[in-house]
Design a protein around this ligand. Structure first.
Ligand code: PEP
Ligand code: MN
Length: 359
């Protein structure tokens, strides 16, 4: 078996993503083997995945086949020649996975979030030559993500990279887990040495948006993709809605457009340079306008203080929201995006006036 080459800038180096794929869960020996062989036949896979111990949100669902599945993984590895990875969440899992010579261990989102679990995992990996991938924590905290990586590295564990699978949020939503792309981007800036893999399956929670999320990851120079694939997705024992067939997997991966960081032809950088100059100029203007708006907010704060009126004027805020949303249509801007910006400006305005009224 070839050495695992996953590294930062994999995409740039090999002009293709590092691809990890396989079912959400190992269910039976046959299901795993059939899926693994079909995946290997596509020629698009670098590593096989399957969950053996499954951290399910609600009890009463399939919680994984347990250590018996490790044998199936190593059989699939023998048959396909592909390295294999499973999720581990405690010292017991680690002991079994390392005994079974699983090539890479991944830490799940519901484990990364817990420093006690991460420390237990780090302690039991100390002195081994395990290779590890760390999924983002379920809540949008870059510090928790970095902290989990640091706990592993502090005891000398070889962290190959991270997996971006999105963040939990409440209420109506487009994604199962909000990608919040800014967080993995900041992680890349903080840790330019770590490979970053995108997991469209757990971000989307459905089959329809996988391609566009994977493409976005490629456009942001992610190094790889982790995609859940099942021989019979509709009847999968976990995450049925988001799994795809090996055939669909092949279409998604071959359909990815891999872009060059600096643009294909030599003319492009000049144009790009000009666009970037414009963006810098506009950002400056944007800040200057926000600063002027905050000056007005301060004056209103002084007025409210002298007339002893409350900071929040609900009717006024509603008027502002509605009027701006109407305008966003006119300016061809996404109203959801404008709402987020307005709310952030409104929060800051309230803080400024609070200080004036009380300080
Ligand atoms: C998984 O990869 O099947 C899984 C459980 O993912 P996550 O930790 O991202 O929820
Ligand atoms: Mn899953």
């Amino acid at each position: 078996m070839e050495e695992i080459k996953l590294q930062r800038d994999y995409l740039k180096k090999y002009n293709k993503p590092f691809v990890i794929s396989g079912p959400c869960s190992a269910e039976t020996q046959e299901q795993l083997m059939e899926t693994a062989i079909a995946l290997a036949d596509t020629g698009n896979v670098d590593m096989l995945r399957a969950g053996i111990w499954k951290p399910r949100t609600r009890p009463g669902t399939f919680e994984g086949i347990g250590k018996e599945g490790l044998k199936w993984m190593t059989n699939a590895k023998k048959e396909t020649g592909l390295p294999v990875t499973v999720e581990v969440a405690n010292a017991d899992h680690i002991e079994h996975a390392l005994n079974a010579e699983i090539d890479v261990l991944w830490i799940g989102a519901k484990t990364t979030v817990n420093p006690f679990s991460m420390q237990e995992i780090a302690d039991s990996l100390k002195g081994t030559n395990a290779k590890v991938l760390v999924k983002n924590p379920i809540n949008p905290s870059l510090s928790l993500w970095l902290g989990a990586i640091e706990r592993l590295e502090n005891v000398g564990v070889n962290v190959l990279g991270v997996i971006h699978r999105g963040f939990t949020e409440f209420g109506d939503k487009i994604y199962r887990n909000n990608p919040m792309w800014q967080i993995p981007i900041e992680l890349m800036m903080n840790r330019p040495d770590l490979a970053v893999i995108n997991d469209p399956s757990h971000i989307c929670g459905n089959r329809t948006m996988l391609q566009e999320v994977a493409q976005k990851a490629m456009d942001l120079n992610f190094d790889g993709i982790m995609l859940e694939v099942h021989r019979d997705p509709d009847n999968a024992w976990s995450d049925a809605m988001q799994q795809v067939t090996p055939q669909r997997f092949h279409e998604i991966i071959s359909g990815l457009n891999i872009r060059k960081e600096k643009g294909e032809n030599q003319q492009a950088p000049e144009d790009l340079h000009e666009y970037r100059r414009k963006i810098d100029e506009l950002d400056k203007e944007l800040l200057s306008i926000i600063s002027k708006r905050m000056d007005v907010v301060r004056n209103i704060g002084k007025y409210k203080k002298s007339h002893n009126t409350s900071v929040l004027q609900k009717a006024r805020w509603e008027t502002i929201i509605n009027r701006t949303l109407e305008l966003s249509d006119k300016f061809d801007l996404n109203p959801e995006f404008i709402k987020i910006i307005l709310k952030a400006i409104h929060d800051e305005s309230i803080d400024i006036q609070e200080k004036i009224l009380n300080g």
